[in-house]
Design a protein around this ligand. Sequence first.
Ligand code: ZN
Length: 77
Amino acid sequence: MARKDNCTIMQCDRCQTLKYFERQDDEGFKEWWSIARFDSDGAQHDYLLCADCHGQYVDRLKNADTDFKTWMDGGRS
Ligand SMILES: [Zn+2]
């Protein structure tokens, strides 16, 4: 492989998709997401996700938001 300097290499932490970009304004660059997730012990975990995995992650967050709101509202008596 020829040498390639000054590029950005992205690898999704979930599906392992690998992509490289020569410039940050290349098509698709802004579709990659760095996310921070806190586990039940309060520890932060950072991940890089491709567009497809990020979309699935957001769907899970929406479900978790709904579950959390239902749980919070259920504490009022
Ligand atoms: Zn992915």
